[in-house]
Design a protein around this ligand. Structure first.
Ligand SMILES: *Cc1c(COP(=O)(O)O)cnc(C)c1O
Length: 413
């Protein structure tokens, strides 16, 4: 049996990335400077946004976006429970209160219906964080009828998008990054494009852009590159606010520029991988394959989450163990936030309030989905998964549920 490792995620930065990083190293300017500027303008163009602000993580971008729209102590912000903690923790950085919402069962997304209902139930909510789970766009707009954006605009609710999975994603032909008040992207090592660590905030609102740029570097009125390249008093700057240290170094931006060049090619290969999974797994009765309502070419295909419908968590555990034993890495997206100690205890949340998220999470497994999977590896993954499911099917012990805490769940890798 072939047990060569197939990791859940692979990062490959061995082409233009090397050249551009070398250029930065030999230029002698490593921190935020010309490369970061160039990455910002190329990224803004790629998503059709007037402004882009490069930062050192998506979490930082979320913090800056929420700060720029004025979220403060006690402000309520609607956040899906089916996400990574960053989407909600950024609200807490500012003293705001995330209100966790259940998601659509088939997609793991917020829908206009869910957001509309939440607005009625929480009329004082100031903003919503929309997560484009797995790389599929939430319905910001609809061809017919009201999208999330329309509903929020009508009620004066600001819209921040967590697009950590969603580059490059489109909705009705328009790139994610050009819809809400601000959109936050991640270039973490296992995301669709990477800078090692990094993020980007895009917006069409010049006020949000200016505030985010100010706050990402200590609230200083001129960034270091600006001062360095200025004529006159290079040493002088003013502090306008108690800002943060969220700037993206040129060393990272150089990687980002090269990754941006191949983002389309990488996305296309991930779509081929997803098509393989659909083809090979559609006949497996106990597997629910991810639903999507966008066109396949508008999906970023960041994740391929399948849901086992044995109805017991032990089944998921056994399948993950089997795959792992055969050298195949998987992950779980997500153990929902209402199950995390901090949110559960602070807001006294119970699973019963999130039936859809519960149904997805108790059976979900994310399969490897990256551009560096070979066809042989794809076949190995699907046949091993079929074997694992068949084994669970024939195991009478699986009817005994195991305690949730006995299951290991990785962070986001
Ligand atoms: C990865 C991720 C983040 C955080 O991104 P960083 O760049 O690591 O800060 C935020 N939200 C979601 C949904 C993510 O998957």
């Amino acid at each position: 049996m072939n047990t060569t490792k197939i990791p859940f995620s692979r990062t490959v930065c061995d082409g233009r990335e090397l050249e551009l990083v070398k250029e930065v190293l030999s230029s002698g300017w490593l921190t935020t400077g010309p490369m970061a500027r160039r990455f910002e303008s190329e990224f803004a163009e790629a998503v059709g946004a007037p402004f882009a602000c490069a930062v050192n993580s998506c979490t930082a971008a979320l913090h800056l976006a929420l700060e720029a729209i004025g979220i403060g102590p006690g402000d309520q912000v609607l956040v899906p429970t089916y996400t990574f903690t960053a989407s909600a923790e950024a609200v807490r950085y500012l003293g705001g209160e995330p209100i966790l919402l259940d998601v659509e069962e088939s997609t793991g997304l917020l829908t206009p219906e869910i957001v509309g209902q939440a607005i009625l139930e929480h009329p004082s909510a100031k903003a919503v964080v929309v997560v484009h789970f797995g790389g599929q766009p939430a319905e910001m707009v609809r061809r017919r009828g009201l999208g999330i954006l329309d509903l929020c605009r009508a009620h004066g609710i600001r819209v921040i998008e967590d697009a950590a999975h969603a580059f490059p994603t489109r909705l009705l032909g328009q790139p994610i990054g050009s819809f809400g008040d601000a959109t936050c992207f991640s270039f973490y090592a296992n995301k669709t494009i990477t800078t090692g660590e990094g993020g980007m905030l895009t917006t069409a609102d010049e006020g949000i852009y200016r505030r985010a740029c100010l706050m990402r570097l200590h609230g200083i009125d001129r960034d270091t590159w600006n001062r360095f390249s200025a004529v006159g008093a290079q040493w002088e700057y003013d502090v306008l606010a108690p800002g943060f240290k969220y700037n993206m170094p040129d060393l990272c931006a150089a990687i980002g520029i090269a990754q941006l060049e191949r983002a389309g090619e990488l996305r296309d290969r991930r779509q081929e991988c997803a098509e393989h999974y659909f083809r090979e797994l559609e006949g497996v009765a106990e597997l629910k394959l991810p639903a999507f309502r966008c066109l396949p070419e508008e999906h970023a295909w960041h994740l391929f989450p399948v849901v086992l419908n044995f109805g017991v968590e032990a089944a998921r555990h056994q399948v993950i163990q089997h795959l792992n034993g055969c050298g195949i890495g998987t992950s779980v997206h997500y153990k929902p936030l209402h199950r995390m100690t901090y949110y559960r205890d602070r807001y006294q949340l119970t699973p019963a309030a999130f039936p859809n998220a519960e149904r997805i999470w108790s059976g979900c497994i994310s399969l490897p989905l990256h551009a560096w999977l070979s066809n042989d590896e794809l076949f190995r993954i699907t046949s091993t998964l079929q074997d694992a499911v068949a084994q669970v099917r024939s195991n009478p012990l699986i009817a005994v549920p195991v305690r949730a805490e006995a299951l290991s769940v990785s962070r986001q890798g």
